[in-house]
Design a binder for this molecule. Structure first.
Ligand SMILES: *Cc1c(COP(=O)(O)O)cnc(C)c1O
Length: 379
């Protein structure tokens, strides 16, 4: 492939001396784990909390763990239900099941692809304990409205910000609206480590202390286990790499937005559905996802010139084998079902060149010009 969906090597070359230096420093100081006081972890946690605008950030091993640890800390477990969108990465629902609760899927908005807020009241029961809105592809969910719904229902909100580092709503970063937020620093995310890594943000000091304990065997001091926890730590090397990258994040997100704007201009065509935003939102464009009835033609044309594409996600969660016992059918989630066969992710990463954006857009457009001139179909 000449243009992959995301090219992490281009970014590494731009930061090579800083990253190599940071890794060498961790090794020199043998600050690999060093819980509870790894200086590299502490330093990144403080910087990330400041960037997001949250009081606390607690690092952990990966984004999936961060969701699970937060629910554990909120005492969500067997007998409880947690609302999650029907179209998201499986971590969101997997973490719910991992604490013993039941994920309850909610269909998504046909234009935004994020959880459909109008459908939430219908899915609430006396067992509902929380909702996990996912800022999918980097687009903020309407957190103002969602918080109103959650507060009147008396349930907790954990924002899944794994795809939305740098996204804002009304000038505030996502991850500052709910009771807490979960972040993934998987290498390909907007802010990525060089391995697995994750983090949690909150303004609640009691919750911050509890999640830090759970992530580290339930301990306050070396052998002071207040409860049973687990081993889910942000290690020194990943923290040091993230600290090097963080100051570049705002600029990278700006570049993502500029590329998305170019794509949107170039791909303006009645048969291509383009990303939408809600008022006040600033999309972080982790992914650029179009909607088209000619997906196979587009994929074939792009692959032929060495451009990689992706589908996020080819099977909506209610329909994956893992949840076949839930017995869901397409009519339960008509929008998520419709999108499965039409959404397509095309390359978008900050180090892409304008000429590459133009080349990709021309190919996508050509795949539609050859087809009949009807409107794209809607669910
Ligand atoms: C990446 C991702 C996660 C967490 O992923 P990890 O690989 O465990 O860090 C959670 N939710 C969503 C929506 C994601 O995209």
């Amino acid at each position: 492939m000449t243009i992959p969906l995301v090219d992490l090597h281009r970014q590494y070359l731009l930061l090579k001396s800083e990253i190599d230096g940071a890794i060498a420093q961790v090794i020199e100081k043998t600050a690999f784990i060093g819980f509870p006081a790894n200086p590299f972890r502490k330093s990144f946690e403080e910087a990330f909390a400041k960037y997001i605008g949250a009081r606390f950030c607690v690092g952990c091993a990966n984004g999936t763990d961060s969701l699970e640890i937060l629910m554990k800390a909120m005492e969500i477990g067997p007998g409880d239900e947690v609302l999650v969108p029907a179209n998201t990465w499986i971590s969101t629902s997997e973490a719910v099941s991992a604490v013993g609760a039941r994920p309850v899927f909610v269909d998504v908005d046909p234009e935004l692809f994020t959880i459909n807020l109008d459908l939430i009241p219908k899915r609430l029961t006396s067992r509902t304990k929380a909702i996990i809105p996912v800022h999918l592809f980097g687009l903020p969910v309407d957190m103002v409205r969602l918080m109103e719904i959650a507060r009147s229902a008396g349930i907790k909100v954990i924002e899944d910000c794994a795809q939305a580092h740098g996204a804002t709503l009304n000038g505030r970063h996502v991850g500052t609206f709910g009771d807490a937020a979960s972040f993934s620093f998987f290498p390909g995310k907007n802010l990525g480590a060089y391995g697995d890594a994750g983090g949690m943000t909150t303004d609640d000091p009691a919750l911050a202390e509890r999640i830090a304990m759970i992530a580290n065997h339930g301990r306050l001091g070396k052998h002071d286990h207040q409860m049973e926890g687990r081993n889910s730590r942000l290690d020194g090397i990943q923290a040091a790499i993230l600290k090097v990258k963080l100051p570049h994040l705002a600029k990278w997100v700006e570049r993502r937005k500029a590329i998305a704007e170019q794509y949107s201009e170039l791909l303006s065509h009645p048969k291509i559905g383009l990303p939408k935003e809600i008022p006040g939102a600033s999309h972080a464009f982790h992914l650029f996802v179009i909607r088209t009835d000619s997906r196979n033609e587009v994929i074939a044309r792009l692959n032929a010139i060495g451009v990689e594409t992706g589908i996020h996600y080819p099977t909506a969660l209610p329909f994956v084998s893992a949840y076949k016992d839930f017995g869901h059918c397409p009519a339960d989630f008509p929008v998520a079902y419709h999108l499965m066969t039409r959404i397509l992710s095309i390359p978008l990463f900050p180090e892409m060149e304008n000429q590459e954006v133009h080349q990709i857009a021309a190919e996508v457009l050509a795949a539609h010009k050859s087809a009949s001139p009807s409107q794209e179909s809607r669910p």
